[in-house]
Design a binder for this molecule. Structure first.
Ligand code: FES
Length: 536
């Protein structure tokens, strides 16, 4: 089984042309579409790990819920994760101590540990078959880093109450002969099989799930879904990045693309474990990209080694002169050096990570709203952050005390992040320069079938794509969210916004928020020829 042959984006199934292993190895999880107006108690928007966990917890607490998902279950970023379930936070506990304090860093450790336990218990209780395993994790040095990072992190994890150990050798990676921190009791699973199990349990408890049901006009009374009105007392927006909010939350977190490969490796060559390095300290990005590795059962003979990294700000891959496709080449080289026993590379895909300004997710009431809640800011720990999202919001709505509520509040103000905040805001503002710069191609004639680009004509920017039948598709290249100029992503065949990470298919359909609507189509008079009027 392999998905290296390109498939056109089926945006109901996933948000890119490359299929993740999880999506390729599972059946689409589909429910009925919303086809009439109705009333519900709690409306949950988004069918990933956050939305489904919220639905499960609320049903257990005795509420009635309706969950709507634009595509299919797991078709957003949950289906494109690598599904590390860990309390080894990738922004490091010693940084959390600086940003917050020791007590809050310990609270964060406690919350992510609780999320791992919650997943474990729920899988047992609901008998979900999803290859769940408790495994150890190992944090080792990136080539650009020094042992001081591990020493500081080890000390901080101890202060946070984690049962870490410092080891003088990285288990199972021969080429890494330095120290590492061991995190016992982490976990992994097949995310789509897990989501299927949660969805089944939700339906069994009387929850309503709808797929291919797009929510718009979200407000305190509910939302319009597929043009029908759903009235609700509480609304939870669990859409990776909130689509109810125009600005506030999008100045507190930033989108990064991350790349993943899946390589066959004979069973028994490696133990089931998680590995991470400490990140590239020479990187130009404020969130330094790191490598993350795990093993998954593939078939009788092979496991799949899943390795990720080579991140960049969404829509800005060219700022490092490394286009999207070359990032896989770099990743393969890194993986082969450390895991020489791998054989064929059979999967590759990319995903989107939201990096919050102070490293912790945003979970709770949307700022300024009383009955609208958000779960966002996965920060590379989407499995635990998403699970915590469901647990915390269920407690808020139920009126139950929750010790992590303030830590994750979307309204929190974290003053010690000012430097990084200003740099990220500067990066975001710099994207507006694209309004006066050239497009990346001069004419649609330059495009081969399957390629896209942005043409500039004065202040007009046009996103063009030549399909496999040689037809040109043209849309405005101005992001409907707040006017960023879109960039072509040749790997996932999408137009990506470098400001807040909205993404669109070659047909102009929105596949990642915060943009709520699709791109405006530009009609081409003479489709057959070179689309000369695009330049007029
Ligand atoms: Fe905000 Fe495009 S995502 S301007």
């Amino acid at each position: 089984m392999s998905t290296l042959d390109k498939n056109p984006i089926d945006s109901n199934r996933t948000s890119g042309e490359n299929l993740s292993y999880w999506i390729a190895s599972s059946k689409p999880i589909i429910f009925e579409k919303v086809d009439k107006s109705f009333q519900t108690d709690i409306l949950i928007i988004g069918g990933g790990i956050s939305g489904l966990t919220a639905a499960y917890c609320l049903l257990k607490a005795g509420h009635k819920i309706t969950l709507v998902e634009d595509g299919f279950i797991g078709s957003g970023e949950s289906g494109r994760t690598t599904a590390h379930i860990t309390h080894a936070l990738d922004d490091f506990y010693y940084e959390l101590e600086k940003i917050f304090n020791e007590e809050k860093a310990a609270l964060a450790a406690n919350s992510h540990s609780a999320a791992i336990e919650w997943i474990n218990k729920t899988i047992e209780l609901e008998k979900i078959e999803c290859n769940f395993k408790r495994v150890d994790g190992y944090l080792f040095l990136h080539a650009t880093d020094t042992k001081e990072t591990l020493d500081k992190e080890y000390a901080a994890t101890k202060r946070a109450g984690l049962l870490t150990e410092m080891l003088s050798k990285v288990p199972a990676i021969e080429s890494e002969n330095g120290w590492c921190i061991k995190y016992p009791g982490q976990a992994q699973f097949h995310i789509m099989h897990y989501l299927k199990g949660l969805a089944d349990a939700i339906v069994k408890m009387g929850g309503n799930i709808f797929t291919e049901s797009k929510a718009e006009h979200i407000n305190k009374n509910g939302a319009k879904v597929n043009e029908f009105d759903i009235a609700a007392n509480h609304i939870i927006v669990a859409t990776n990045t909130p689509v109810n909010d125009v600005l506030t939350m999008h100045t507190k977190q930033w989108p990064y693309r991350t790349y993943v490969i899946g390589a066959k490796i004979k069973k028994g060559k490696l133990p089931y474990s998680l590995w991470w390095d400490t990140g590239d300290h020479d990187s130009k990005w404020i969130t330094q990209p790191y490598h993350y590795v795990r093993l998954e059962e593939l078939d009788e003979e092979y496991d799949l080694l899943i390795c990720g990294g080579e991140d960049h700000k969404t829509g800005q891959a060219d700022d490092e002169d490394i286009p999207e496709e070359d990032r896989y080449t770099k990743l393969i080289g890194w993986t082969k050096k450390r895991f020489p026993a791998i054989e064929d590379i059979v999967y590759k895909w990319s995903g989107q990570v939201m990096e919050p300004v102070d490293s912790l997710g945003f979970i709770g009431k949307n700022p300024g709203d009383d009955n609208i809640y958000i779960i966002t800011g996965d920060s590379g720990n989407g499995m635990t952050h998403g699970t915590l999202g469901g647990m915390i919001i269920s407690d808020i709505i139920t009126g139950k005390e929750n010790q992590w509520m303030d830590l994750y509040s979307p309204s929190r103000i974290t003053l010690t992040t000012t430097d990084d905040y200003l740099r990220e805001v500067g990066n975001m503002t710099a994207q507006l320069v694209d309004w006066v710069s050239q497009g990346d191609i001069k004419d649609a004639e330059e495009l081969k079938p399957g390629e896209g680009g942005v043409i500039s004509s004065g202040l007009k920017k046009i996103a063009v794509y030549r399909d496999e039948h040689n037809c040109i598709h043209a849309h405005t290249a101005v992001c409907p969210h707040l006017g960023g100029i879109l960039q072509w992503n040749n790997e996932e065949k999408s137009f990506d916004c470098p400001m807040h990470g909205s993404r669109f298919t070659t047909e102009g359909k929105v596949i990642n928020g915060p943009a709520k609507g699709d791109l405006k189509k530009i009609e081409i008079k003479d489709e057959d020829e070179k689309a000369t009027d695009l330049n007029k």
